[in-house]
Design a protein around this ligand. Sequence first.
Ligand SMILES: Nc1ncnc2c1ncn2[C@@H]1O[C@H](COP(=O)(O)OP(=O)(O)OP(=O)(O)O)[C@@H](O)[C@H]1O
Ligand SMILES: [Mg+2]
Length: 329
Amino acid sequence: MTRANTDSARTRAADAAATPALTCTNLSKRFDDRLVVDDVGFDVAAGETYGLLGPNGAGKTTTISMICALLKRNSGSVVVNGYDLDQQPAKAKATLGYVPQDLAIYPDLSGAENLGFFGRLQGLRGRNLQRRVEEVLETVGLSDRARDRAEEYSGGMKRRLNIGIGLLHEPRLLILDEPTVGVDPQSRDSILSSVGELGASGIGVLYTTHYMEEAERLCDRVGIIDRGRLVAEGTRRELVDLVGEHDWIRLSVDGRPDRVVSRLQDLPQVVTITADDHDISLEVTDGHHVLPAVIEAAATDGDRVIGVELVEPDLESVFLHLTGRALRD
Ligand SMILES: Nc1ncnc2c1ncn2[C@@H]1O[C@H](COP(=O)(O)OP(=O)(O)OP(=O)(O)O)[C@@H](O)[C@H]1O
Ligand SMILES: [Mg+2]
């Protein structure tokens, strides 16, 4: 390859990476006279995992149904991997994979046969189809059960097969609607691992959930949706900072707590400090970064730190702060 070709290949790769996997703006949906999605807009970068976090009835499924062109929208625009959903619908849909909230698999076919069937529907044939079926089985961790009928699968395995179907045509944006609802904790963990690996492989992922632990574990950024409105978005840290929540550091010390407290209260990141005998609690900004300095200041002059705990506020408290209600009913 000549140098110029290398450069243009690099430019193309950079362009592909720079094109967002999804841009949606001003999405609204009305059922009769009820506005259930109200002016929602967000982007998912290439390679980013974006979580739409909100309680039952918030408008998550309605929003993604509009993005997947399964539901007409009352307003707004959707661009998938650079293709406008209205102007280039076939191209937009070809680069998008959708995993519905409800299972869509044939119970009397094996895992491999299900994938083969749906792959053919998507236009895959011959060796290419076979290669994709094997790759997808590997990705969702079902290679060793590929020949078993889907009705013999556990709930979590059925869900993973459902995800696999959405992956067959190698989408650059994968949309998953609450894929862990109703599965046992072990299956849930393996679904989350599969989705985490997909995110790490470089495709854009849009993931809806009402479990804040899942959003925290999987998502680079989270949009909080409530009553049809996107009320805030950002990284966990940005959301926590947005609502002004602080972190807490709890120390157990061996020595003179009064001396430790007086040294710690000079640190600029310390907001409040209280001591109960040898247990000291500090309210701090950005606990992760200040922790080494706290330990260093505490453990001098013969005073020792014998226990440390860092407590960071979670998205549950962000949701509560923004909406005045708990995420779960
Ligand atoms: N076809 C429909 N006709 C009328 N109302 C609808 C329809 N589909 C959804 N809704 C209403 O729109 C609102 C949002 O529903 P949606 O299914 O998008 O919520 P969700 O966030 O996906 O909730 P869940 O976590 O329970 O799946 C709800 O009040 C729901 O009752
Ligand atoms: Mg839903």
